[in-house]
Design a protein around this ligand. Structure first.
Ligand code: 5GP
Ligand code: ZN
Length: 114
């Protein structure tokens, strides 16, 4: 099994509170939530960062956003608003190198982000 913690979560090797999964995408509760709703939406495919995206990943990345939208609607935050974030590399604060879309909501969000 891969050393990647998010691959392990997607494969069921590490427990997580999964809120959605299909053959390409998994979504689960963030371990250290930064907002009342903080869910990570990941592809099953191991892609380390946004810098590693290829043309063939275009549809997959669109799917991450569609799943995030569906979850936002289920969580009841869609109308009030929410934020989706991809952190890429050190200056953006990326700590897990398996691409993940943060879905944050349930409170007002500051801008610009820190
Ligand atoms: P990053 O800073 O890389 O954009 O975000 C990584 C996110 O993954 C953080 O919000 C962190 O709390 C979350 N995280 C790290 N390890 C785990 C884990 O083992 N399980 C879950 N559910 N979330 C994790
Ligand atoms: Zn991975």
């Amino acid at each position: 099994m891969s050393d990647c913690i998010f691959c392990k979560i997607a494969e069921g090797g590490i427990p997580a509170e999964i809120v959605y999964e299909d053959d390409q995408v998994v979504a689960f509760q963030d371990l250290n939530p930064q907002a009342p709703v903080h869910i990570l939406v990941i592809p099953r495919k191991h892609i380390p960062t946004t810098n590693d995206l290829r043309e063939e990943d275009a549809e997959l990345m669109g799917r991450l956003h569609l799943v995030a939208k569906e979850i936002a609607m289920k969580e009841g935050i869609a109308e009030a608003g929410y934020r989706t974030v991809l952190n890429c590399n050190a200056q953006a604060g990326q700590t897990v190198f398996h691409i993940h879309l943060h879905l944050l909501g349930g409170r007002p969000m500051g801008w610009p982000p820190g």
